[in-house]
Design a protein around this ligand. Structure first.
Ligand code: NAD
Length: 487
């Protein structure tokens, strides 16, 4: 068993201890992974000052070409240390190594290359105009970095979602202070080593550890030295962060919760739809913001679909990250499991038919201490049920029948959230009609979680503010300045 680690803050290129620590435990078996050094006001001040210092120094003057080169080097170094990142991520999250090695780590590295290339190639606009005195003026737009960006991250895809923000922020020439989730401190810390190794100047990338309210998260988002805040997490936390950002009128980018619907028409390719919905409900043990918790199935195939999804759910192998063939890891923590299980209880109390699951699995040996849970499917609940209205963030869904396009559009849109949906149909006209009618930021047809990083990503309604991805990230991470020259 490896020695417990010390997860230090990373400030101005140095690993910095603090006087308060808290435990980091593995969700698979509750073993102690190490002690996390919680940043207080002094550490957060130092990190913000380091970032401001970097903007005023070599980093602020660096050519785009050199920045691009360095960010490619960051991605290459993550790839070189792939096994370290993989081990850190699966220890913190308990997710299957097969998933983390295909999604979390490679996409985490790719985020640096993708955004470096966007910045290298992005054009800017210019307009020539006539002036009243018979002369002319030329307007042209230039993009400048915003300054110091606070990056507040969740625990479900720690490296991937952190670099999804740090990549474009640095590509645009900003400096960052990252606050990883208290549940998953490891990969953000490891990235500090990578930054030093490849020669990213000190202070460009900083990490402060801790919690939200009354801790590093709140200290950072309220810090007057922060110019903009980008956040991924729960909608309620997004509201608190938006309030913090109001002081000083600082911009926010918010990627928040969802209560996403999958809509399955009788004219779908049945096997494709069952496979797709199995993934969208159960991937990452249901802890994906884009995941499905409400499934609507057209009545003629309703019973057959429920039985097919049940069979798939029951065939998912539950187990520890390294075990072969494992599809389902634990939830992130016992605390989160208690929340998800409270919805399993509510479903029962509200009269749901439990098609499968509904409890916790019996796990062998040390795994018995982990935050394991059964994949669960319900039918028969009214749309007013808490289980259908509130984000659960677990491996579970409710399946309801529908009879017409209009009915299912109304059902899908009857939620405060508007993040993602997936529609399963082989009818092209219907696919276009439905895609236009469901109020979400991201709509898939016959797919789920298929991401081209150049496309806009974000939620509507209570699922967020702003779009990131490709050139859209530039809207947040740069200040667009117009220069008007009269001649
Ligand atoms: P969370 O909101 O509890 O925490 C996210 C981060 O915010 C953590 O680092 C936490 O310490 C910090 N935080 C909490 N309160 C804070 C405060 N008052 N001020 C500053 N920082 C604070 O979210 P989570 O439980 O880590 O992640 C799960 C949630 O994230 C789900 O709701 C999920 O839908 C959402 N999510 C959304 C997306 C998206 O792209 N829209 C992606 C992934 C996850």
């Amino acid at each position: 068993m490896p020695e417990p680690k010390q997860y230090l803050n990373f400030i101005a290129g140095q690993f910095v201890a603090s006087s308060r620590t808290f435990e980091n435990r593995a969700p698979a078996d509750d073993r102690l992974l190490g002690q996390v050094h919680e940043a207080g006001a002094a550490e957060v001040d130092a990190a913000v000052a380091a970032a401001r210092g970097a903007m005023a120094g070599e980093w602020g003057r660096m050519t785009v070409a050199r920045r691009v080169e360095l960010l490619h080097a960051v991605a290459d170094e993550i790839d070189r240390r792939f096994d370290d990142f993989l081990a850190a991520e699966i220890a913190d999250t308990g997710k299957p190594a097969s998933v983390a090695s295909h999604i979390d780590i490679p996409r985490g590295a790719a985020n640096f290359k993708v955004f470096a290339d966007v910045v290298k190639n992005v054009p800017s606009e210019s307009f020539e105009m006539a002036t009243p005195d018979g002369g002319k003026a030329l307007n042209y737009a230039v993009r400048k970095p915003v300054g110091v960006i606070a990056v507040i991250c969740p625990w479900n895809l720690p490296l991937l979602l952190m670099t999804w923000k740090v990549g474009p922020a640095l590509a645009c020439g900003n400096a960052v202070v990252v606050k990883p989730s208290e549940e998953t401190p490891a990969t953000a810390t490891l990235l500090g080593e990578v930054m030093n190794k490849v020669g990213i100047p000190a202070g460009v990338y900083n990490v402060v550890h801790g919690f939200g309210p009354g801790s590093a998260g709140e200290l950072l988002t309220r810090h007057p030295g922060v110019d903009a805040i980008t956040f991924t997490g729960e909608t309620r936390t997004g509201e608190a962060i938006m309030q913090a950002a109001a002081k000083g009128v600082r911009p926010v980018s918010l990627e928040l919760g969802g209560k996403n619907a999958a809509i399955v028409f009788a004219d779908c390719d049945f096997d494709k739809a069952v496979t797709g919905v199995t993934r969208s409900v159960f991937e990452n043990c249901g802890q994906v913001c884009l995941g499905t918790e409400r499934v609507y199935v057209e009545r003629p195939i309703f019973e057959r679909f429920v039985q097919a999804l049940k069979a798939r759910a029951e065939s998912l192998k539950i187990g520890p990250p390294e075990e072969k063939g494992v599809a389902l890891g634990p939830l992130i923590s016992h605390e989160h499991r208690a929340k998800v299980l409270s919805y399993y209880e509510k479903a029962r109390a509200e009269g749901a038919t439990v098609v499968t699951g509904g409890g916790t699995p019996r796990m062998p040996g040390a795994l018995a201490e982990g935050a394991w849970i059964q994949p669960t499917i319900w039918t028969g609940l009214p749309e007013s049920s808490a289980v259908i209205r509130e984000e659960i963030f677990g491996p579970c869904c409710h399946i309801a029948p529908f009879d017409s396009e209009d009915e299912v559009i109304a059902l899908a849109n009857d939620t405060p959230y508007g993040l993602a949906t997936s529609i399963w149909t082989e009818n092209l006209g219907r696919a276009h009609r439905m895609a236009g009618a469901v109020d979400v930021g991201i709509c898939w047809v016959n797919a789920w979680f298929l991401r081209d990083l150049r496309t806009p990503f974000g939620g509507s309604k209570a699922s967020g503010i702003g779009r990131e991805g490709g050139v859209h990230s530039l809207e947040f991470y740069t200040e667009l300045r117009n220069v008007c020259i009269k001649f």
